[in-house]
Design a protein around this ligand. Structure first.
Ligand code: SF4
Length: 332
């Protein structure tokens, strides 16, 4: 059946959809389907096969691989997953790596530990978050009775550019008004007596039995990936995990991540100081792409990984100590 279909397209050329990106890793490869926001793991030999048949006539490929069972399997897989198509045109352009300079936000992603100190200066905090242009904000509050605080913060953020808001709070009764906020996408409730996931309006509430101490530990998890044209473009130009991303601790210190030792400023400072000094210092690491870090440079996740390891400079270049090993495709 598959061969009949292929033979019907005998005179056509094999093309690979430009929205599907091939990423070769050391042990295995991946195809990012950025239209469906999906990742498919494939053997490295399949990537070699695609590179070989791409732009070739179906008749030539059938002749070259006529008795090759694996080649037939690969062709049928690529067709079934809609990674390839047949066309009278010999050539289609690859997806261009676009410039992302049109993004004018100083910072896009922010996680804040909302202490009593920051809450006491909430107007200044919100003013600076708005001026930074933050689009995605995660607020962590370690207070067993914080509904009033949350409602006040949600209302203060009403005129910000934030399009995606998430919370992590200890187990308590949730005020239903919280779920009415259009920007809120998810809540993690730690110290819960039992695990469950619940959806209210558009908000996913994840009840976990663990405490909140491990929520911000840097660790690669398969669901921490971003497959999209925007993420792919950023990953080609910058470090996708760190780019325009900050962590604000309970004292307002601005750092790269929860576990980072260095702080580069304070969110309750004058905005001009944050914009000129803090952002400039932070951005040095934003420019170190995963392509320039070992072992990320051989990892199939390097254009979608959002795990915030800070690259360390050694004698032979930048390295991270990741819990995923791309040389074996296993977790350590
Ligand atoms: S090796 Fe690098 S790219 Fe791969 S999962 Fe770890 S941090 Fe991400």
């Amino acid at each position: 059946m598959e061969l009949i279909y292929l033979q019907k397209n005998n005179n056509k050329y094999i093309s690979f959809f430009s929205c599907c990106i091939l990423v070769k890793g050391f042990e295995r490869s991946a195809i990012y389907d950025i239209q469906r926001e999906n990742i498919e793991f494939v053997p490295n030999t399949l990537i070699n096969f695609v590179e070989d048949i791409r732009g070739q006539k179906v008749s030539d490929v059938l002749e070259e691989y006529q008795l090759h069972e694996t080649a037939k399997e690969y062709l049928s897989f690529l067709e079934k997953k809609e990674f390839i198509f047949y066309s009278s045109n010999e050539f289609f352009h690859d997806l261009p790596i676009l410039s992302i300079n049109e993004d004018i936000s100083e910072v896009l992603f922010t996680t804040v530990i909302l202490s009593q100190y920051i809450y006491g200066n909430i107007d200044l905090f919100v003013k600076n978050i708005r001026q930074l242009g933050v689009k995605r904000l995660h607020i962590h509050i370690d207070n067993n009775n914080c509904m009033e605080q949350i409602l006040k913060i949600l209302s203060s953020l009403e005129y910000s550019q934030i399009s995606n808001l998430s919370l992590s709070i200890p187990y308590q009764k949730i005020n239903k008004k919280v779920y009415e906020n259009k920007r809120l996408t998810s809540i993690v409730i730690f110290n819960s007596p039992k695990k469950r996931v619940q959806q209210n309006n558009e908000v996913i509430t994840d009840y976990i039995t663990k405490d909140g101490t491990n929520l911000f530990l840097t660790q690669f998890r398969i669901y921490d990936i971003a497959i999209s044209i925007n993420a792919y473009n950023i990953a080609n130009n910058y470090n996708l995990a760190l780019y325009k991303t900050i962590f604000i601790d309970e004292n307002g210190n601005i750092k790269h991540t929860f576990s980072a030792k260095n702080s580069y400023g304070n969110i309750l400072e004058d905005f001009k100081e944050i914009k000129t000094n803090t952002v400039k210092k932070l951005s040095k690491l934003w420019n170190i792409k995963k392509d320039d870090i070992t072992p990320c440079n051989v990892c199939e996740f390097r254009y979608c990984c959002t795990t915030t390891y800070l690259p360390e400079k050694g004698k032979t270049g930048y390295t991270v100590d990741c819990n995923y090993n791309p040389y074996t495709a296993e977790f350590n």
